[in-house]
Design a protein around this ligand. Structure first.
Ligand SMILES: Cc1cc2nc3c(=O)[nH]c(=O)nc-3n(C[C@H](O)[C@H](O)[C@H](O)COP(=O)(O)OP(=O)(O)OC[C@H]3O[C@@H](n4cnc5c(N)ncnc54)[C@H](O)[C@@H]3O)c2cc1C
Length: 387
């Protein structure tokens, strides 16, 4: 039995690294971090391909945020470079700016537009659906059938293995439609990349004499051996923690194929979507945002699958309902044994990286409050506030 650990952290992804760093640096706690993978940084992991090109191993991670607090916290561990996240969609053999903006509409309809005529065009194309109940209705009510079928329908089918009419409106609703010529993928105020990559950032975060790290170590191998004095932070899948006793939570997974080219660049921008062709959904040449100077390049092709590592929670009512039942167990575990469930797998919620970091900082504050002198770490009866 290992009993000199204050905090046990399952998962060396962004959430695990942040909570470990805060507990060691602010409270002086001894922290043990375990991860079943052979590396840190979770899905933000990046590494050097055999060509020497830096790649994002689990899909491109476009760091963006509006949260100055998160940005300044992360800035202790990295410098940043400005990033340009630009996506085009390949439709009928041509590349269109995506998300849809005025330039997309001009190219698609072969006309010249300003914001007013663009709005008129969309108004004429839109379906009259005042209260969309699903993603199909949502997109039809925003851009009409022709654009829906060209850009959204098949991409969503591939990505989720479900028809947009079976998915919540927010699934497609997150994608903006712009009546200007802004070709950026997202609208956030800060769009930056860690200068030396994400793995370097999280590695610096864990470099503390009070933090020990065990890789290739599934949680089940330590859960009975380590009795933390203060708390456990669990960032793995919530259903796994409870032995899937209520059933398995569904996830969408991805397969990645990396192809090297003897050329500095082969794509005009970082990401090309293929809504209507091929099994893969997108090709990504991450060099466009890492800005690495290298004579070769690597493009990744991303194919969605129903099985494999858990990546995206499935946005359906049945899965949310099942998660709520696990959440109740998690709340009880927190009250009984001071186990905090935090992160995208533990909360069964898709977070962008900045949101995951914010969750981790909030979780740390909660632990700190619960374990403040005079409060027994195991006396808390408030619900799981991993969120
Ligand atoms: C394909 C894809 C693309 C993305 N693109 C972006 C993007 O462009 N921009 C952005 O901001 N965010 C993006 N994200 C989101 C980002 O990856 C997450 O917000 C972030 O990784 C969440 O951090 P986390 O620590 O909660 O989870 P993770 O990064 O998943 O880390 C969890 C860690 O826990 C470990 N673990 C799990 N179970 C166990 C266990 N039983 N025992 C031991 N270890 C365990 C895992 O191995 C993993 O290392 C993307 C995510 C995916 C999947």
């Amino acid at each position: 039995m290992l009993d000199d650990v204050d905090l046990l952290v399952c998962g060396a992804g962004p959430v695990g690294c942040v909570v470990a760093e805060r507990a060691a640096a602010v409270l002086g706690w001894t922290v043990l971090v375990v991860d079943q993978r052979a590396h840190i940084a979770g899905n933000c992991f990046d590494s050097f391909h055999r060509t020497g090109v830096l790649i994002h191993n689990y899909g491109p991670h476009y760091f963006r945020t509006n949260d100055v607090g998160v940005l300044s916290y992360l800035s202790r561990f990295t410098e940043w470079i400005p990033a340009k996240y630009e996506v085009r969609s390949s439709v009928r053999g041509r590349l269109y700016p995506f998300p849809i903006n005025l330039a997309t509409l001009e190219q698609f309809y072969g006309t010249t537009l300003d914001p007013e005529s663009g709005e008129r065009l969309l108004r004429a194309a839109r379906a009259a659906i005042p209260a969309p109940r699903n993603s199909e209705e949502f997109v039809l009510s925003r851009v009409g059938r022709e654009l829906y079928e060209a850009f959204y329908l098949n991409y969503t089918l591939k990505q989720w293995g479900s028809h947009p009419r079976d998915l919540a409106p927010q699934v497609c609703g997150r994608i903006p439609v712009r009546l200007n010529r802004d070709c950026r993928y997202v609208d956030h105020r800060y769009q930056v990349m860690p200068r030396r990559g994400f793995t370097a950032l999280f590695s610096k975060m864990l470099r503390h004499r009070k933090i020990r790290l065990l890789l290739d170590c599934p949680f089940r191998e330590v859960r009975e051996l380590v009795r933390p004095r203060r708390a456990t932070v669990y960032t793995g899948p919530v259903d796994d923690y409870f032995g899937c006793s209520l059933g398995k939570l569904p996830y969408r997974s991805l397969k990645f194929e990396f192809v090297a080219h003897r050329a500095e660049y082969v794509q005009p921008c970082v990401q090309i979507n293929y809504p209507n062709d091929f099994a893969y959904t997108r090709s990504v040449e991450i060099k466009h945002v890492t800005r690495q100077r290298h004579p070769e390049t690597v493009v990744s092709y991303e194919t969605p699958t129903a099985t494999g590592e858990p990546f995206y929670p499935v946005p359906r009512p049945e899965s949310s309902a099942l998660y709520q039942r696990y959440r109740q167990l998690a709340d009880e575990e927190r009250a009984r044994r001071n186990v905090y469930f935090c992160g995208r797998l533990a909360q069964y919620r898709y977070f962008n990286t900045d949101e995951a970091i914010k969750e981790a900082l909030t979780c740390f504050q909660q632990i700190r409050q619960d374990c403040a002198p005079g409060r027994s770490p195991f006396a808390s009866s408030s619900p799981t506030r991993a969120a």
